[in-house]
Design a protein around this ligand. Structure first.
Ligand SMILES: Nc1nc2c(ncn2[C@@H]2O[C@H](COP(=O)(O)OP(=O)(O)OP(=O)(O)O)[C@@H](O)[C@H]2O)c(=O)[nH]1
Ligand SMILES: [Mg+2]
Length: 216
């Protein structure tokens, strides 16, 4: 009798397959000379507003594609599309994050040679998106002063897996009596060297520095 027992490490298989797809995406973006940026962050932290404000400032210099990840609707893609930018919406239905394979499928019918910048808005939450590489050049996380003071300490893994933190809505800090220095201190406790930018996607404050930080 031939008896075999297989132990399948679902996590390893799942993440391994995603890493393979992400590596292919990275090659594809590189071959086209594209800077691709995965933008993570909680619901309502200002990811779409940030992309809109960046597109306003960058779309004359760079042809931009935006990939919007959301459970349902194409509200965010339409908001960004109003700035004359091409968009692809991915509706994940039940999935709380994008993965590299979804990006491949989204780009199936896209002529990537038309673009120099790809902004990916990930599904809004501060947990799942950090676990999945998409093959982008950078993975950045947007936090904001409206999320309360503890979001960094409660989500250190997302910070560890990010290449940059954007603290958004600084225009509201005074009115909310929010201590941005304390928030930045929490970020430094997780990663002392991580680039941190303070911006208001609404007023535009800090966006030029952020654009330089993104290498654009
Ligand atoms: N005052 C102020 N409001 C902002 C700023 N950035 C975003 N907002 C507002 O915050 C709300 C949420 O912004 P969105 O850009 O939709 O947030 P999001 O992260 O894309 O949200 P989801 O896609 O639902 O996860 C909107 O009403 C924005 O106008 C900012 O810098 N300052
Ligand atoms: Mg959004």
């Amino acid at each position: 009798m031939n008896e075999r027992t297989l132990r399948i490490d679902i996590k390893k298989d799942l993440f391994g397959a995603n890493e393979d797809a992400a590596a292919k995406n990275a090659v594809m973006f590189k071959e086209h000379g594209i800077t691709a940026i995965d933008i993570m962050g909680s619901v309502g932290t200002g990811k779409t507003q940030l992309i809109e404000s960046l597109c306003e400032r960058l779309s004359k210099s760079y042809p931009i594609l935006m990939i919007a990840g959301d459970l349902d609707t194409r509200i965010d893609a339409d908001r960004v599309g109003k700035h004359g930018v091409d968009t692809v919406q991915i509706n994940t239905e039940t999935a709380c994050h994008l993965d590299a394979r979804m990006i491949q499928v989204a780009l199936n019918d896209v002529n990537l040679s038309k673009y120099k910048v790809v902004f990916v808005e990930n599904v809004g939450n501060l947990i799942c998106p950090a676990g999945y590489s998409l093959g982008t050049s950078k993975k950045i996380v947007v936090v904001s002063v409206t999320e309360g003071p503890y979001m960094i300490r409660k989500h250190p893994l997302t910070i560890k897996r990010s290449d940059m933190v954007v603290i958004n809505k600084i225009d509201l800090a005074a009115i909310l009596d929010f201590d941005i220095d304390a928030l930045e201190h929490d970020i430094r406790e997780v990663d002392a060297l991580l680039p941190v930018f303070r911006v208001s996607s609404k007023t535009g404050e800090g966006l030029e520095e952020l654009i330089r930080g993104l290498g654009l």
